[in-house]
Design a binder for this molecule. Structure first.
Ligand code: PMP
Length: 416
């Protein structure tokens, strides 16, 4: 008889995949222990391969704003699936999703569907470079934009303004075309644009940085970035793979009242299926093939089943749902703050449980706070609460996080 516990599966997985996983953070290296193998998930809960059930605060890293296995989304996927899994040709479902996106995000004039957030970013960068005929891009330390070569770059040392690869396998020559600035540093921003603004194709930023904890920026920082891009003829790309459709119907762009030239989406836009999207100004999108000279394509792009899942999700994002999510997330954040020494900054339904306050930059996160988080992660897991397995990740609240789950969490907090 074969055992089907997490440990047994993980042992086998180690023989199949690097680190035993299909994406690195899932390996639990940061927090220690064996990753949970999900067997079945519903609402805000899942059971693992040991048959234990957990309240999920990771929610597949963001797509599941309505919760796991939402019946309406499953029904939409089922109906679409029965008409064919992929066509490699246009289908009406792409138009339905595009219409809905435009209704929610007014500054999007044209868009293109892809299959992941990484692909959306990579394609948006290429379009920006093609449109401006410039090569340099700038990103911000503490933002993550997927694993395209140009984005796996960290700040160079000393006074050099270009970056160096943060991953082996990325050529130094690629890194040199990406500059990296600190978040929340107005002076560095001004200086950079004076020195390099006229060479810049685009600036890319997570307007609500949520990949190094939750590094909420002052609105003036984003506004100044918008102005500087316009002044120097560089495009502004908002990477809203996490914040899109989560913070508001129009994402962070709506929240801050700033229209970027291009925006990238992933996660929620596919409702749990692999979808990404980039879009924005129609003159910029006009450079994309076949209208223009910037090549970008995909066998499964605009996949009908994925479009159906995305549409079913976006259709349920009503003002009432955002109000409910906000109230639920506020209650969870308050419950987290009952844990001695823990703070829980929040933006809408994104939470960052951290043993520190007021962090706006990646270099302000203390190692000590992360070590304490790792302990907390273990303790909560033992009590059936599943947080993302790293202190640098945010927790996601969904519309399926109900009163029962919150009450259970509060009881755990009292016990630990
Ligand atoms: N941009 C941001 C802001 C993200 O959070 C992520 C993924 N966490 C990506 C891009 C990459 O998306 P994907 O993992 O779908 O490639």
């Amino acid at each position: 008889m074969t055992m089907s516990g997490n440990d047994t599966l993980f042992q086998e997985a180690l023989g199949h995949f690097p680190g035993g996983v299909s994406s690195p953070v899932r390996a639990f290296r940061a927090v220690g222990g064996t990753p949970k193998f999900f067997r079945k998930a519903w609402g805000c809960r899942f059971t693992d391969e040991d048959g234990r059930s957990f309240i999920d605060l990771c929610m597949s890293w963001g797509p599941l704003i309505l919760g796991h296995a939402h019946p309406d989304i499953l029904a939409a996927v089922d109906a679409s699936m029965r008409e064919g899994l992929t066509f490699g040709a246009p289908s009406r479902r792409e138009l339905e999703l595009a219409r809905r996106i435009k209704a929610m995000v007014p500054f999007i004039e044209k868009m293109r569907f892809v299959s992941s957030g990484t692909e959306a970013v990579m394609s948006a960068l290429r379009a920006a470079r093609g449109f401006t005929r410039r090569d340099r891009v700038v990103k911000f330390d503490g933002c993550y934009h997927g694993h395209a070569d140009a984005m796996l770059v960290k700040a160079g040392s000393g006074l050099v303004t270009f970056g160096t690869p943060s991953s082996a396998g990325v050529p130094a020559a690629v890194g040199e075309l990406t500059s990296v600035l600190p978040l929340d540093d107005f002076e560095a921003l001004e200086r950079f644009f004076v020195e390099q603004g006229s060479e810049l194709a685009c600036a890319i930023i997570e307007p609500i940085p949520a990949n190094n904890g939750l590094l909420v920026q002052k609105p003036e920082f984003l506004k100044r970035l918008r102005e500087l891009c316009s002044t120097y003829g560089a495009l502004l790309i908002f990477d809203e793979v996490i914040s899109g459709f989560r913070i508001a119907p129009g994402g962070a762009a709506e929240h801050y009242g700033i229209a970027p030239d291009l925006v990238t989406y992933g996660k929620i836009i596919g409702g749990g299926m692999p979808v990404g999207c980039y879009g924005g100004r129609k003159d910029v999108m006009g450079v994309v093939a076949p209208d223009g000279p910037v090549y970008q394509a995909g066998t499964l792009s605009g996949n009908p089943v994925a479009m159906a899942a995305g549409l079913a999700t976006l259709e349920r994002l009503t003002p009432e749902l955002y109000r409910q999510l906000d109230a639920t997330a506020a209650a969870w954040a308050a419950a987290f703050e009952k844990i001695p020494g823990l703070r829980c900054p929040r933006m809408g339904s994104l939470l960052w449980p951290l043993y520190q306050d007021g962090v706006r930059r990646s270099d302000a996160v203390l190692g000590e706070s992360i070590s304490k988080f790792n302990l907390l992660h273990r303790t909560l897991l033992e009590h059936g609460i599943y947080l993302p397995p790293s202190g640098y990740e945010v927790a996601f609240i969904s519309a399926a996080h109900d009163d029962a789950a919150l009450a259970e969490f509060k009881q755990v907090v009292e016990k630990i």
